[in-house]
Ligand binder design. Structure first.
Ligand code: G1P
Ligand code: ZN
Length: 566
């Protein structure tokens, strides 16, 4: 059949003032994308326009999403716009699905110039939920601030966008589709791929699958329970953990991706993954894990629901890093954590004489260090763990890392953790989230607090609660200077550091879509082996009291307790 070439149009549009990407892409309520004229088109055009035409022309890009509501509608538009903007080949996950770590993997494997990820991560989905768009660069990682800022500047003055309105792709069938466009010498190609396969292949080269198979289905196998939270990672869990490593089919739950995540909040923490926590309590399972909507976050639990805090998780992986064959081959270049993440990783770095980097919140800051060969393993307190095998955090990778540690040490999760604390001391840690508070109240609270802690007299000040006294050693608004490209990121969170190493940190979230979210982080080190098994909430109560008093958080926001405590 001889089809006539598809039309390429340039259509007029008007800019929006609010398309600045946050910690991890642009996130808005679904209705914003659906009802504001060209809201999606404007942002997508801004992404394409931010890429030099010579780089874009004929290039390969990757496209995939976490399957949330509006995913496929957005993909059709993005394909039409990619073609019109000169992209030569698009690699898309079957049915429009691809986990965030898989996108990072596929960008790297297909030598793409970047990728577009349709996800609002752990934010709820569905018609009343959130939608999000993230741009990743050629290294497979989130675009750095210079790029997101350029995208934002373009979006503020955009006047037109390019599109092939008649182009339609079939997202369901794996294989190649080609389209002839008017004014184009070469056809535009779309490749629909089974992203689970290339991702699984990558993991096979990182871990010892034979040892993991023995752990999960050998003679003395352990019992695990994995909750995909109705997010995109379900098919990956099924294929890798169940089919390949032999864990029984019923050990993985909520594995069919749903547009609204089954009405749940797809965030793997003790509050939103409480079903998993409950099902672990009776001791039937030795190991449990949950993931978020796009599969980059993870929560690790032991028997009876023993909770491994994410800050400890990355420290344990660091201390046992050679249980993972990838690091035996590649060596270990450095460790990194985001600033609010507890200093548990620092203790391992010190003991092993491996360089530690402290970066601002958000995975994008790790990419430069990895590309420059300075960083092998990193993590964030927000349930993010990963390594330089890709440039995103990777939930399934973290689970296989933990299983590798269990397989090598032949110990339970709790035993591994307690032994770690005995060796390195314990960083007691908690995070309080106050979600959807009034923006003005939140901003004002941060400004006032910054004034208080910037006062010269603040350093040296003593705070006494009950029997404990803490003396301020240093306080600032965290600023990061990237050791690779020298770029500076300011205003990354207020830090109050005490003489005993304890820290209080305040930050405003950059991922919410309505109101403001205030995060309060507390980190306090204990190396007395007789005091490493206490309840963090009790242990940290004095520091919480000091933080709330100093900030007047409750008075200013009208809240009397946090939305989520981790
Ligand atoms: C949150 C987390 C941060 C993480 C990001 C994306 O950002 O705190 O560590 O990288 O989500 O998953 P925030 O809402 O705090 O800006
Ligand atoms: Zn995520």
């Amino acid at each position: 059949m001889e089809d006539s070439p598809l039309q390429v149009l340039t259509l007029p549009t008007a800019p929006y003032p609010d398309q600045r990407p946050g910690t991890s892409g642009l996130r808005k309520k679904v209705f914003v994308f659906q009802t504001k004229r060209n809201y999606l088109h404007n942002f997508i055009q801004s992404i394409f326009s931010s890429i030099d035409l010579r780089v874009r022309q004929g290039s390969t890009m990757v496209l995939g999403g976490d399957g949330r509501y509006f995913n496929t509608a957005a993909i059709q538009v993005i394909v039409q716009m990619a073609a019109a903007n000169g992209v030569g080949r698009l690699v898309i996950g079957q049915n429009g699905l691809m986990s965030t770590p898989a996108v990072s993997c596929v960008i790297r494997k297909s030598k793409a110039i970047g990728g577009i990820l349709l996800t609002a991560s752990h934010n709820p989905g569905g018609p009343d939920g959130d939608f999000g768009i993230k741009f990743n660069i050629a290294n497979g990682g989130p675009a750095p601030e210079a790029v997101t800022e350029k995208i934002f500047q373009i979006s503020r003055t955009i006047e037109e966008f390019a599109i092939c309105p008649e182009l339609r792709v079939d997202l369901n069938t794996v294989g190649k589709q080609t389209f002839d466009l008017e004014n184009k010498f070469k056809p535009f190609t779309v490749e629909i791929v089974d992203s689970v396969e290339s991702y699984a292949n990558m993991l096979r080269n990182i871990f010892d699958f034979a040892a993991l198979k023995e752990l999960l289905s050998g003679e003395n196998h352990i019992q695990i329970r994995l909750d995909a939270m109705n997010g995109v990672v379900g098919p990956y869990v099924k294929k890798i953990l169940c089919e390949e490593l032999g864990s029984p089919a019923n050990s993985a739950i909520n594995c069919v991706p749903q547009e609204d995540f089954g009405g749940q909040h797809p965030d793997p923490n003790l509050t939103y993954a409480s079903d998993l926590v409950e099902s672990m309590k009776n001791g039937q399972y030795d190991f449990g894990a949950a993931f978020d909507g796009d599969g980059d976050r993870n929560m690790i639990l032991g028997k009876h629901g023993f909770f491994v805090s994410p800050s400890d998780s990355v420290a344990v992986i660091a201390a046992n890093i050679f249980c993972i064959p990838y690091f035996q081959h590649m060596g270990v270049r450095g460790f990194a954590r985001s600033m609010p993440t507890s200093a548990a990783l620092d203790n391992v770095a010190r003991a092993t004489k491996i360089q530690l980097y402290e970066t601002p919140t958000g995975w994008k800051f790790f990419g430069n260090l990895m590309d420059a060969g300075h960083l092998s393993l990193c993590g964030e307190e927000s349930f993010g763990t990963g390594s330089d095998h890709i440039r995103e955090k990777d939930g399934l990778w973290a689970v296989l890392a933990w299983l590798s540690i269990l397989a090598t040490n032949k110990k339970s999760v709790e035993e591994v953790m307690v032994e770690h604390w005995k060796t390195y001391g314990r960083n007691y840690y908690t995070r309080y989230d106050y979600e959807e508070v009034d923006i003005d109240a939140a901003v004002e609270m941060m400004l006032e607090l910054e004034m208080i802690i910037s006062d010269k007299a603040f350093v040296g000040q003593m705070f006494t609660v009950g029997e404990r006294t803490f003396q301020v050693e240093r306080a600032d608004n965290f600023e990061y200077s990237d050791p690779v490209d020298g770029s500076i990121s300011r205003n990354q969170g207020l830090r109050i550091m005490f003489k005993d190493g304890s820290r209080i940190i305040f930050r405003l979230s950059g991922t919410g879509s309505s109101g403001a979210t205030i995060r309060l982080y507390i980190d306090s080190y204990e190396n007395d082996v007789n005091k490493i098994l206490q309840d963090p909430q009790v242990k940290l109560s004095e520091l919480v009291t000091i933080a709330l008093k100093l900030s007047q958080l409750h008075e200013r926001t009208g809240r009397n307790s946090p939305t989520v405590i981790t």
